[in-house]
Design a protein around this ligand. Sequence first.
Ligand code: ZN
Length: 204
Amino acid sequence: MAHEHDHEHEHDHDHDHAHDEVAVDEEARAEAEADARRRLALAQIRQYGDPALRLKAHDVENFDDDLRRLVDRMTALMRDAQGVGLAATQVGVLRRLFVFQAGEEGPRAIVNPVVVEQGGETAPDEEGCLSLQGVRVPVDRSVHVVLEGKDPNGEDVRLELDDYPARVVQHELDHLDGVLIIDRTDDEHRKEALGILRPRAVIG
Ligand SMILES: [Zn+2]
């Protein structure tokens, strides 16, 4: 009886162990898939050195299906790249719109965004950018910002944002004017970042 019990116990133990291994395998596979999706997304996002990142975007005039398709594509790229914001200039489209996701709320798209109010107080924090891989530099941003613009259907949008979401939209707005985080940081961090971004010699 005792022997049988032990055997059953062993069996349960083996079973649990096998189950854990399956769980670990699935986790590793999901991680590898997410990594592959991220690399595919980054390959579709303009990288430092691309002239599009330095150009000023123009206002959107037509709120049509093309615009909504662009928003859907940018939202998917932002998600796959594991970013919190993506501006149209980063996909080579010189139109004033960006998508962002900061906090609990789902992703949002803002078209023709304008800052109508900006808190005088600024704070530094480290920022990265999907177009400047491997770079993180401190950037001063206003902690409070009020943004007005349109949603992809042409309806008015007004957003009052503080702290992190305020930082994200200021970063994305900069992209629409061809401004990057390396322009906003101090000399020391800019120099370090440019060392990381320096194009490597291509052989073959
Ligand atoms: Zn960026």
